[in-house]
Every structure is written in C-alpha cells, then in structure tokens.
Design a protein around this ligand. Structure first.
Ligand SMILES: Nc1ncnc2c1ncn2[C@@H]1O[C@H](COP(=O)(O)OP(=O)(O)OP(=O)(O)O)[C@@H](O)[C@H]1O
Ligand SMILES: [Mg+2]
Length: 496
C-alpha cells in the first residue's frame, strides 16, 4: 500500500520539479501519441476484419464449388474457381481410411499444397464448419480453414493461406508507425516552438521582477519604474502581465506618496528650524549684549557699573517678544502635529452663530481699522465639532484680514446653512486680495504670499495650514477665491 503511494508521491514530485514548458510538451506528445495509437489500432483492426471477411467469402466460395463438383461430378474447369497458390483442399472419408488431395480442376493441382495423409485426417477432425484461423505445424504459417461434412460422413477441408493478408496488415502497421513517429517529431518541434513563443513573455516578466528586486528601494527617491510587457488581455499571460502591472503601479503610487510625505516632513522641519532661528538669534544677541555691558574692560564681572537701564529695558522687551513669538510658533507646530497624528477632537454640538458673534466682537476690540459686518441666520446653526478649534479657524481667518489688508478694508463674516444640512462660514474682505500665483499655496505650511514682509515682522505662514488641518479633521472643506476687492475664504462643515 505504501509502495505505490511513495511511487505516486515521487512521480508527482518529479513532475512538479519539471519546467512548465517541458510538462506541457510531454502532455501534448502523450495525447498525440495516444490519438495516433488509437487511430492506428482502429484502422488496422478495420483492415484486418475487412480482409478476413473477404478471405472467408473466397473460402466459402471455393468450398461450395468444390463440394458441388464432388457431389454432382461437375468438373467444369470454368465453373470451379482455381484456389490461390498454397491453398489447402482435401477430402477425408468417414472412416479416415481414405483421403485425397483434390485437384478438382485440371491445372489447379500445382497450386494446392500437398499434405501427408495423417495430417489430413488430423486436420479434418479439428477444423470447424465455419472459417477459423489455424497455426498448425502441418501448414507453413497461418491459414483460414473451413470444413464441410457430406452425408456419408466424409469431410471436405478447404484452406487459404493468410500470409499475404498478414503482410498487408504488417505493412500498414509499419506505415502507421513511421507516420506516427514523424507526426510526433513534428508535433514536438512545432509544439516546443509554440510553447516557447507563448511563454516568452513570462520569462520577460521574471526578468522585470528580478530587476525590480535588485533595485534599491530604500532611498528618498525610490520608485518602481519597470513594467511587465503589455500583451493582449484575452490571453492568460496578458492577464497576468496586466495584474502584475496594476500591482507595480499601486506599489509605485505608495512609494511616491511615501516620498512626498517624507519630502514634506523634511521641508516642514527645515522651515520650522528656519522660523525658530530668527527669534533665537535675536534672544541670544540681546543676552550677549547684556552680558558684555555687565563686564569691565578686563572682562571681570562688574555688575551695574556700566549698566544702562534703558538699554536693558529694550533688550528684555525684545527677548520677551521673541520668546512670545517662539512659543506661539511652537504652539502652532504642536497643534499641527496633533492634527496630523489624527488625535480625536471633541465632538459636541457647537453653535456657529455664537462663535461668529464672539469672533467678531474680539476682532472689533483688537482692530478698529477694519470694520466688520456680521451676517447670521435667524436660528442657531449647530454642527458637531471641537469648539476651541473652530474658534481658532475664525480667529486665524480674521487675523489674516487684519494682517494682510490695509486699514479701512471691510470684513464680512457670514454664517449660513447649506442645502444638504452642511454649514458654511465665509470670511470676505474687499482688500487687495491674494496674488493669483499664491492662491494655490496659501494653505501650504510656512507659505507667505507677501515676500516683502520679513520673517521677523510677519506671521509664520501656519495660520491657514492650521485652518485647513482643523477643517479636514471635521471632514469639511476650505476654499479660497480671490481677486482685488473680493477675497472670500469659504469653510464648509458637514451636518452634525
Ligand atoms: N485676507 C487675505 N488677503 C490677502 N492675502 C491673504 C489673506 N489671507 C491670507 N493671505 C495670504 O496668505 C498667506 C498665508 O496665510 P497664513 O495665515 O497661512 O500665514 P500668515 O498670515 O502669513 O502667518 P500666520 O497666520 O502664521 O501668522 C499670507 O502670508 C498672505 O499673503
Ligand atoms: Mg495668518
């Protein structure tokens, strides 16, 4: 039981180790050989049956005519068929005493094989009444024999040699064999060529994947640029190739996304460091100035001797201002980092009208140069969200009007419901607007459209980035449309 099993397992293992090309070719050859063999067997059998039937007909005819000639003494040479060469024809009497070769017709005696009496008697007993093939020691090869019994018990035996029939069949088998071998050789040659051509793309795909595997995919510019060859999609290899290409495109896209994220992160760190450098160097400068002014010429501390209180006051004020600036920047960075991390926000009902009223009154207190108008719906407009963060959105948008528009610019703060239950907050001003080249970048981190303002005096360029991050965290959108005299920041928050 275990032996056939292990043979089966070993065969399976052997087959599994063979390349697909070899396996397919072997299968095709096996099938073709099977079909050829079946065809050959069927043809040979049909021919053999046909020839045998014909021989039997001939045999019966010779037997019948001989019988008639014996019974009726009809020895008309024209009527009795001359048996073919090497035929057997004899009569054995009922008591086996007499037997006689039957020339039956003059001239036919030359053709008829002579058999010794004993063999004739033995055969006469053996041969049945219907034709049968015999391989007998008395006969030179296979014979088709038939016997007829007379009323007096004598038996007439007639036989025809099957040598030429067998030769014909053998020749057919040989031809079939030769044609079959030639057919198998042609099938093998054509089949292996077709299989090679058909599987060649697989080889190219393997090369592609190997080359991708050899590529360094760890660097910042890593990308999967190679693709498998494109083939007709209705072929299996074509489908495999397109599947592979889809996968490679997905991998490439994820690489690009990762590279972009890394690039943004590097840029963010560089910008943040740059922003912190200015206030830090200012603080360090004032600190050094103060330190120098508290030492005498030899460098030994001599507190309060050279100290100018007014200078000290300025230094301290500037240090405080820059520290304040730094802590605002660090707060903004921290907030952005938290929003990037996807930290959960508060989700409570927030009335946007109340927020707008508060933001407008704060703005009025801080900035008397920019008149602000409020446009609110009659009923409270409530969304689900983080009240503190949404207040910051309004504050940042209004702070921009304060910072980036001249005095006298009118601000409109509008809150209204959108058709599908969403809420819209619009901050509109009639100032000079955002330059067209900057419109697509105002939400970028550290982006400032007005390059004339120095980093020291202007903002850090994080205000709108924070607006965007907060709105994103609320699954809303923020858009800007701007031309001189018409600048609108439109925040859309989904229904609570
Ligand atoms: N209402 C506006 N009118 C004209 N320009 C604007 C307006 N709002 C924003 N901008 C432009 O968009 C840029 C980006 O604004 P953002 O609020 O992100 O940065 P910032 O105001 O410069 O600095 P921060 O807000 O961090 O103090 C600004 O530098 C400004 O040039
Ligand atoms: Mg701003």
């Amino acid at each position: 039981m275990s032996r056939p099993r292990s043979v089966y397992t070993a065969t399976r293992g052997f087959l599994a180790r063979q390349p697909l090309r070899r396996r397919v070719l072997a299968l095709v050859l096996l099938l073709v050989a099977g079909v050829l063999a079946a065809g050959g067997v069927a043809t040979t059998h049909a021919l053999q049956t046909y020839l045998l039937n014909r021989t039997d007909g001939q045999l019966r005819q010779v037997a019948g005519q001989t019988r008639d000639a014996l019974l009726h003494g009809d020895d008309d040479a024209d009527r009795v068929q001359i048996p073919p060469e090497d035929a057997v024809r004899f009569v054995v009497s009922a008591d086996d005493i007499r037997s006689a070769m039957l020339p039956a017709t003059p001239g036919s005696i030359d053709h008829v094989r002579d058999l010794p009496h004993a063999e004739q008697v033995r055969l006469a007993k053996k041969v049945p009444d219907s034709p049968r093939t015999f391989e007998d020691r008395a006969l030179p090869g296979p014979y088709r024999l038939v016997a007829t019994t007379f009323k007096n018990g004598a038996r007439l035996v007639v036989g025809l040699p099957l040598r030429s029939l067998n030769d014909t069949v053998r020749r057919l088998v040989l031809i079939e064999f030769a044609v079959g071998l030639a057919g198998l050789a042609v099938t093998a040659a054509l089949g292996s060529m077709l299989i090679r051509v058909g599987l060649a793309p697989l080889g190219r795909m393997t090369t592609t994947t190997r080359r991708i595997a050899e590529t360094d995919l760890t660097g910042p510019e890593a990308a999967v640029r190679l693709r498998a060859p494109v083939l007709p999609p209705q072929t299996e290899v074509g489908q495999l190739g397109s599947g592979l290409n889809h996968m490679l495109e997905a991998i490439d896209a994820s690489f690009q996304a990762r590279n972009e994220a890394e690039r943004q992160l590097r840029q963010f760190i560089a910008d943040a460091s740059h922003e912190l450098r200015t206030p830090l160097s200012t603080v360090r400068g004032y600190a050094e100035l103060f330190d120098r002014s508290t030492r005498d010429r030899d460098g030994s501390p001599e507190l309060a001797r050279n100290l100018d209180l007014a200078e000290l006051g300025t230094a301290m004020r500037r240090i405080a201002e820059e520290s304040n600036r730094m802590s605002l920047l660090v707060d903004d960075l921290l907030l952005l980092a938290r929003l990037d991390q996807g930290r959960p926000l508060d989700h409570r009902p927030v009335d946007l009208c109340r927020l707008a009223v508060d933001a407008a009154s704060d703005f009025r207190v801080r900035d008397q140069d920019h008149p602000i108008r409020l446009d609110l719906p009659a009923d409270p407009l409530v969304v689900d969200g983080d009240e503190g963060r949404l207040r910051q959105v309004l504050a940042n948008l209004l702070a921009n009007v304060h910072a980036h528009t001249p005095a006298g610019t009118v601000v409109d703060l509008r809150v209204r419901g959108d058709g599908d239950g969403a809420a819209l907050i619009e901050v509109h001003d009639d100032g000079p607007g955002v330059p067209p080249v900057a419109v697509d970048h105002v939400f970028d981190r550290f982006y400032r459209a007005d390059t004339s303002r120095t980093r020291a005096s202007g903002g850090t360029g994080l205000g709108l980035a924070i607006v965007q991050a907060v709105v994103d965290a609320h699954h809303g959108t923020v858009r800007v449309s701007s031309r001189p005299g018409e600048t609108t920041f439109r925040v859309r928050l989904p229904a609570g």
